[in-house]
Design a protein around this ligand. Structure first.
Ligand code: SAH
Ligand code: SF4
Length: 432
């Protein structure tokens, strides 16, 4: 979502005549799209702005911050940054920057004072993004969340759920497809609640996804469409049925479970049981037999016992995830659980994370080993970050494949690759 927001911010700033630079030191205007999901990323913002404010002793520089910001950080950011704006205020950014430039000449600090109001304006979605890739794109379809999981910052940083109009979503997807984009991800903090805020007037998530599938079928082009992040509560069987019916709807499901323990799920306010999660997994296995399954898990939630970690471990073994984003619990000011004791030490959280990571590596290796010797369609993405002599690609299920001796011109294309070996979280293959 932050990458997608940045692509729209970039369009607005470039529209003012600014040019992108990759060299931080030479920027006249510099900003950050913050993430408040965990404290670690917010700490990074504080260290960046301190550095930038030091630069200001020697030269002029305008700084801004946007994205997900908790009210407690907002107050501090107001003192540190020249500009702070919500994405809903993006269309006003040029005016803010111009005013800021004038005020800075008198070395005053420019503050925006309307951050308190509830704001569900979504005009910023009409800003055409400057996509950062020519073959991979993110399309926001929904913003905010009404679920209020007790640990989560999102309802406080992004506000209530608002769905983008399906006509606008489909138009953006169609343009991307016409332009030859190969991988499209529909985005939302709670993506499959799409339409629930406009019941009766707007499509449901399943209906929207079906319309994307139809669009793909009509286009005759090859591309994969993903969505993230869904909530198990809204992951209805009709969504899975739709995915099964269209080639362009990728057979990869990211379904955060957060914990394998009923009591923890209850205290997280997730509002579903482990059995309900199991039922979705079995629907996926039945209707999408080739699909890969990803999840998110939190370790060290307030009051989590060793037995409860064991329950998460057991669920991971049982489901056999291809990928899991395992996070150490981090209390977020304003979220309900922040008022409960953060009683699991960082060391214990680290141990729990290591324990679950070990299981993930084992289950993903088992899935990957089954792929050796077979041929898969992959999208080639880039020169590999670790092995410079290889290109990295992803299968439809988003499993990383390193391809040796492949020409860089293939970046951004689909190719057939025979898998030659499997590792924990990746594969090696050769072009067919
Ligand atoms: N809407 C999605 C998740 C969005 S937040 C869902 O309902 O599952 C992305 C991920 O960040 C979450 O899945 C969770 O695993 C992690 N996360 C959110 N709040 C966190 C916190 N306070 N501490 C640690 N991890 C957290
Ligand atoms: Fe946060 Fe997801 Fe829960 Fe919403 S559903 S509160 S985004 S974890």
């Amino acid at each position: 979502m932050n990458q997608s927001d940045s692509e729209r911010i970039r369009s607005v700033i470039e529209g003012m005549g600014y040019e992108l630079t990759k060299i931080e030191e030479e920027a006249d205007l510099i900003g950050v799209v913050a993430c408040s999901v965990r404290q670690k990323s917010i700490d990074k913002v504080y260290s960046k702005i301190q550095k930038w404010n030091q630069w200001k002793n020697n030269r002029s520089l305008i700084t801004f911050v946007s994205g997900c910001i908790l009210p407690s950080d907002e107050a501090k950011f107001l003192k540190l940054f020249d500009l702070i704006f919500r994405m809903s205020e993006l269309p006003e950014l040029p005016t803010m920057i111009q005013q800021c430039g004038v005020i800075l000449e008198f070395s005053a600090h420019h503050l925006f004072d309307d951050l308190e109001r509830e704001d569900d304006r979504t005009d910023f979605w009409q800003v055409e993004p400057t996509y950062s890739s020519r073959f991979e794109a993110f399309v926001p379809i929904q913003n905010g969340c009404d679920k209020f999981c007790t640990y989560c910052a999102v309802p406080y940083t992004r506000g209530r759920e608002v769905s983008r109009s399906s006509a606008a979503v489909l138009e953006e997807v169609e343009t991307l497809v016409e332009n030859g984009v190969k991988s499209i991800t529909l985005l939302g903090q709670n993506v499959n609640s799409y339409g629930l805020d406009k019941k009766g007037e707007e499509l449901s998530f399943a209906e929207l996804f079906r319309a994307v599938g139809e669009l793909g079928k009509r286009s005759g082009k090859e591309f994969w469409v993903y969505f993230t992040s869904p909530h198990p509560r809204d992951m209805t069987r009709d969504v899975i049925e739709v995915i099964a019916q269209y080639d362009c709807l990728a057979k990869q499901i990211h379904l955060p479970v957060q914990s394998g323990d009923e009591e923890i799920l209850r205290r997280m306010n997730r509002n579903h049981s482990i059995d309900a999660y199991r039922k979705i997994v079995s629907d996926i296995r039945e209707l999408l037999p080739t699909a890969t399954l990803f999840t998110d898990i939190i370790v060290g939630f307030s009051g989590e016992t060793e037995a409860q970690v064991e329950a998460s471990a057991k669920l991971m073994e049982e489901v056999g995830f291809n990928m899991a984003y395992i996070a150490k619990y981090s209390p977020r000011v304003g979220a309900l659980s922040a008022s409960w004791e953060d009683d699991i030490s960082l060391e214990q959280k680290g141990e729990r994370l290591a324990k679950l990571t070990k299981i993930l590596k084992r289950t993903s290796l088992a899935c990957n080993e089954q792929m050796v010797g077979k041929t898969y369609r992959v999208l080639i993405e880039r020169v590999d970050k670790r092995m410079k002599e290889a290109l990295s690609a992803r299968t439809e299920g988003r499993i990383l494949v390193r391809i040796l001796h492949a020409p860089e011109e293939l970046i951004g294309t689909f190719q057939n690759v025979r898998i030659t070996s499997a590792a924990n979280l990746s594969l090696t293959g050769e072009l067919v």
